[in-house]
Ligand binder design. Sequence first.
Ligand SMILES: Nc1ncnc2c1ncn2[C@@H]1O[C@H](COP(=O)(O)OP(=O)(O)O)[C@@H](O)[C@H]1O
Ligand SMILES: [Mg+2]
Length: 383
Amino acid sequence: MTNTSETGTVDTGAAKKTVAVFFGGVSSEHSVSCVSAVSVLRAIDRERFDVIAVGITRDGQWTLVDPQSVDYRFAPDAPLPEVAAGESLVAFSPEAGSRELLELRDGQYRSAGVVDVVLPIIHGPFGEDGTLQGLFELAGVPYAGAGVFASAAGMDKEFMKLVFRHAGLQVGPFEVIGDREWRRDADAALARLDGLDYPLFVKPARAGSSQGITRVDSPEGLREAVETAREHDLKVIVEQGIVGREIEVAVLQGRGTNATRVSLPGEIAVDEAGSHSFYDFTAKYIENDAAQLSCPAVMPEEAVEEVRRLGVTAFEALDGEGLSRVDFFYTPDGRFVINEINTMPGFTPISMYPALWSKSGIDYPSLISELLDLALERPLGLR
Ligand SMILES: Nc1ncnc2c1ncn2[C@@H]1O[C@H](COP(=O)(O)OP(=O)(O)O)[C@@H](O)[C@H]1O
Ligand SMILES: [Mg+2]
């Protein structure tokens, strides 16, 4: 229990608060969110917080879930975990400033609790992209993590690159194919890709967990790869492959006016001799030995400091809040090319973000408390 924050301005431990953990969601990362939520729910300090769990089904229904009994996990050959449609629906009260969640059951509304802070453990569109964050802003409820703009820009692989480039970060060559252009003249869109060197990575512009991404080694595979990406997002980004080690840092906002915090860098090494030509969904979550996570990454001391500095630059360039994981390619000639930022990174038992912090002095439960305290100390509205 703490009664003072670093700034001494917020009394975070004075009275028990209610946290609503949101998870699931309509994006293709639904199951990752479910598995993250299990770990998060177990880590919340119950002496400081009462917990409400709100699951969002794949088709977007908000339902109350018993936070004690949730148990979702990944297993080879098992179906991906998902939120089951429940009998009780929930929504925020429309009354201004009430912060109350209302439960609708058997045609009757009753209070499900007044929410002091939301922890939205949702990845992908309609969860991590500012839409849900906008709903919390409208409901007047504080929430952990990035605000509306940073969430939206951090979800979109084109716009994040524009922000990063503006901040002086190195970004690899890429092209964007919009829906109307593709439907109007796919050949012309494909012709625009001639300037990029193979292999190419064809991706939905707004997705995550490697869903919908294809590595393409020659032009014949391009059209199908674009169609695959379009199953996830009608906006597609095609990137030139970057040769380099995959290095990631975990960023955590400072309390009050304190400086942004950044972890030691970690490295992901995919066993390319196996069935994975990149860090795909199965390598991330299903086959535990397909990718090795190591922290701290073995690099010269100057490179360690440089990538940590670049991670903070990326977070601040985007107007990040709360947390982000920032991913780079470390090229053989010693440059860091930014791949992406994740404003709500995974929190599963094998996820990099909490692992990086545990190697950098903040254990998993403390990290969750920190995210909640950061959310509680920040003002609502324009800030
Ligand atoms: N331009 C690129 N060059 C080389 N590898 C890439 C590139 N883009 C993606 N990859 C590989 O694909 C993985 C997933 O791509 P990423 O852009 O991080 O998507 P997601 O948002 O789904 O995590 C990366 O971790 C990396 O292994
Ligand atoms: Mg990634």
